[in-house]
Write a protein that binds this ligand. Structure first.
Ligand code: ZN
Length: 226
């Protein structure tokens, strides 16, 4: 263990705990257990799957940030993008802490917004569907720290993308989004809103999983039983 990195890690935890954009990766990788290092490597591998939630050019949400602008001293219009809030522009896995640790009640993964920490249960550090599920929570926490129109733009783009790719999409949204269902789910596992549902479907398609796999809570099994 490197004393300097331990000192820096303690410093970040203590003094900058409230700032999303603090570099939490510095010195931490070496301090992490081999299982946690596997988890971190996996998160970096999946990073590009979340470019739409960060409004990166070239992603599904590009249309919502596209503008025309004029270069200095010329009259020519050119394609450009609006300036994004720092949180979207600069956020990445390095701003979060990744742990492998026992969780209560047999829970497989958890993202804690106030601690910027993504935890999976031992043995799940290479379980892609669990990691992807928690990564949606991670990037949604960033979106939800901004005005709600960022959330809405991602929701709309995901909906448009999935419209012709998922059978009965509207029916699925209605069943999931019904306040009775959302409330009971929220009591046991926290908020999984319609944006979460749509992003989980999009990741299922990318990974060629049965629909509902990334969402969890038995959704994929219900799908097969139906
Ligand atoms: Zn969840």
């Amino acid at each position: 263990m490197n004393e300097y990195s331990q000192m820096m890690a303690d410093y970040y935890e203590k003094y900058d705990a409230k700032n999303l954009l603090v570099d939490r990766a510095f010195g931490r990788y070496q301090l992490s257990t081999p299982a946690e290092q596997k988890l971190i490597d996996r998160v970096y591998q999946f990073e590009d799957f979340f470019s739409d939630m960060r409004f990166n050019p070239g992603s599904k949400t590009q249309e919502f940030i596209s503008v025309q602008s004029k270069m200095n001293d010329t009259d020519e219009w050119q394609d450009d993008f609006v300036d994004l809030p720092e949180e979207l522009e600069y956020v990445g896995p390095g701003n979060f802490i990744f742990r492998v640790a026992d969780l209560d009640d047999g829970v497989l993964g958890r993202f804690e917004t106030s601690k910027y920490t993504l935890t999976v249960a031992p043995g799940y550090e290479t379980n892609d569907s669990v990691i992807l599920h928690e990564m949606i929570h991670m990037y949604q926490a960033v979106l939800d720290s901004l005005p709600s129109f960022y959330h809405d733009a991602v929701l709309w783009c995901l909906y448009k993308f999935l419209q012709n790719r998922v059978a009965d999409l509207d029916k699925r949204i209605m069943a999931h989004g019904h306040i009775l269902n959302e409330s009971s789910l929220s009591r046991i596992g926290g908020c999984h809103d319609i944006l979460f549902l749509l992003k989980s479907f999009e990741l299922d398609l990318r990974m060629e999983y049965p629909l509902g796999t990334v969402f969890g809570y038995g959704m994929a099994e219900d799908e097969i039983a139906d």
